[in-house]
Design a protein around this ligand. Sequence first.
Ligand SMILES: Nc1nc2c(ncn2[C@@H]2O[C@H](COP(=O)(O)OP(=O)(O)OP(=O)(O)O)[C@@H](O)[C@H]2O)c(=O)[nH]1
Ligand SMILES: [Mg+2]
Length: 341
Amino acid sequence: MKFIDEAKIYVKAGDGGRGCVSFRREKYVPFGGPNGGDGGKGGDVVITASVSHHTLLDLKYNQHHVAKNGSHGKGSNKTGHSGPNLVIPVPVGTLVIDHETGEILADLVADGQQYVVAKGGIGGRGNARFATATNQAPRFAQSGIPGEERWIRLELKLLADVGIIGLPNVGKSTFISRVSAARPKIADYPFTTLTPHLGVVSYGDSLNSFVLADIPGLIEGAHQGIGMGIQFLRHIERTSLLLHIIDISKEEANGWRDFEVINSELASYSAELALKPQIVAVNKTDLPVTRQKLGETISSFAEKGITIYPFSAATGEGISALLQAIVEVLQNIRNRKTENE
Ligand SMILES: Nc1nc2c(ncn2[C@@H]2O[C@H](COP(=O)(O)OP(=O)(O)OP(=O)(O)O)[C@@H](O)[C@H]2O)c(=O)[nH]1
Ligand SMILES: [Mg+2]
């Protein structure tokens, strides 16, 4: 399942510094010549593809990017310092588009690939440069050229990093709405979600943002077409990690049994999917029945070596610990991927 992440940003390169008007003044040198240095170049705005960035989320909230100006020239033929380039890191796979014309300026496909979106202005020439045989003491210098500026659009096709699985009604959609801008329908009946939804989640550092996919709930027999069937599993085939949500808020619910039902449906769909790492979380800890059954559920999973993350999508309790766990696992998987490359 593809999903476009977008950000529109304003970039302005630094202006060139002004050239200097200055004359040599030394004792016993009656006619010191002009010695005004040139202005420094303004910094460029450079977009750089980086494997450690995964979404455009931080750029959505940070729209203006202005590089520093070059400094002005000085006397004694000193050229002003150049403004440093302003580097904007984006995920690998980002398209850089001119907002006004719609023209694709760059397709950044490799780690470290760079594109200068706004060139810094060159510095103005100091008066030393204008000395001629007929005008040996020019009293003028150039001003610097302004840095380029433009609005650009960044576009990234995202693939989900984490897929949410579970029975209908466990609160998959409520969770994704709580942690991202995705707004799938939520209701107190099974099969509320009829199509997959993706959301970008940021947790802590923007480097840790990831894409979460909510798909319709599965039930026993889904592989035979019961309920919504298992065809939606193809949307999470390429994720790195599954978030398995369990609901024990009904008296008769048994967390372990539900967990096994879903896993056997996964296995009927694809052995590869069934082998993906899972984080298991119990939702609805705000409800008394859930709280009452939580201890025994945690122990029954612990016996199999599985940690349970309890949370409430309704109140937000436990969500931060759950996101932390997801981000840590993803980080490990991403690190391993980079090592292998
Ligand atoms: N009390 C309580 N109710 C919750 C919580 N999370 C979700 N719910 C409720 O559970 C019901 C189902 O929530 P959904 O988010 O639609 O569940 P789902 O897993 O997406 O369901 P399907 O799309 O049908 O598979 C809704 O009535 C939610 O309001 C929670 O933390 N506490
Ligand atoms: Mg849903």
